[in-house]
Ligand binder design. Sequence first.
Ligand code: CXF
Ligand code: ZN
Length: 366
Amino acid sequence: MNATAAVLNQPMGPFSIEAVDVAAPQAGEVRVAIKAAGICHTDLVVASGAMGLQFPAILGHEGAGIVDAVGEGVTSVKPGDKVLLTFNSCGACKPCSRHEPAYCSNFVPLNMVAMRGDGSTRVTRDGQPVSDNFFGQSSFASLAIANERNVLKVDDDADLAVLAPLGCGIQTGAGGVMRSLGAKAGETLVVLGAGAVGLSALLGGKIAGCTTIIVIEPQEGRRALALQLGATHVLDGQGDMASAVRGIVPEGADMVLDTSGYMPVVEQSVNMIANRGRIGLLGVPGSLDAALPVPVVQFITQGGTVRGIIEGDSDPAVFLPELIAHHKAGRLPIEKFIRTYRLGQINEAIDDAHHGKCVKAVLLID
Ligand code: CXF
Ligand code: ZN
C-alpha cells in the first residue's frame, strides 16, 4: 500500500519525504497508520551510520497510530484500534519470560539494526528494498509494520501526539526512577540532564514521592522547565557538583540517575550518593570507551550500587497503561515539553532539538 516516509538515504541525512510501498502484515505483524512519532536521540545516533545501518532506511521508534491491518494470529488488536508502539522483544528468552523485555536477549537485533533476521523488508521504493523494522516499527512514515508484542491498544480518545513518546523516552526516564531505581516516598533524587528523559525521570520521582529532587542541567531554559515541573533544586553542572549536591542533602542522595552520558559530571555521581545510594546509568556517552571510575573502598563502605538501564526496565504492557493513567490524572504533564512538527519538517525538528529550541519533538503524520 502507498505511504509517505521520511527516508534516510545516507549517513546523517537529511531525511527526505518520499513515496514508498508498505506490504501487508505477515503472521504476528500489525500494520499501523502512524499519526504521531516522537524523535529520540537514538534515532540520530543510528542515523549517523555508526551502528551499521543499511541505507536507504526508515527510522522512528516512538510511533502511535491506528491499526490498519493485522497478520495471521494477531488477537490483541484489530483494524481501527488506536495503538502506541514501543520497543520490540522476542517473548521467548529468559529475560522476556521474567517480564523484563527491555533486557531481551535479542534486543539489539530486534531493535537497533532495522533489519529482520531473514533480511526481508516490508517497505520498498520503486521496487527496491528500504530498511525498516527499526525498533520493530520504523515509524517516521504514514504506515509502519509493527509486531503484536510491541503495540499497545489505548482508548479511542487518547491524544496520540502527546502519548507517542511514552514508547521510548518517557518510559525510559520515568521507569528509570520508578522501576529501575525503585524510588520510594521520602527519598532524595539527583537527575543528570533535563532533556525529555531527564524531565520524565523528575516526574517519575515526584510520582514516587521523592521529597528532594535536584536536576543538574547546563541549559538555563531547561533548568527553568525542571523547576516548573517540580524539581526542588537545579544546578548548572559547572564545577564540583558532588559538593553542591551535599550542600543540599548533606548525607548525599539516595539516587542519582544519569540521562546525559556526559562523563565529566557522571564521574562525580559516586561522590553524590548517600550510604546504600543507587546510581542508574541510561544516558549513552559519545564514546564506546567511556568508563566510570569507582573508588572501590569508598563504594564498599557506602554499600553503593551502580546499574545500567534500558527503557526504564519497562514491561510495556504493564507500565505504559500506568503512565497513561498518571498522565490522565495530571501527574505526568509531558505536553509541557513536547513540540509538534509535520513529518515534512523532520529536518527542522532535529535542528531545533540540536540547538535546544525544543525538548521533545513529535512529528504529526497524515
Ligand atoms: C536505547 C538507548 C541505547 C541502548 C538501547 C536502547 N534506548 C532508546 O532509545
Ligand atoms: Zn529511544
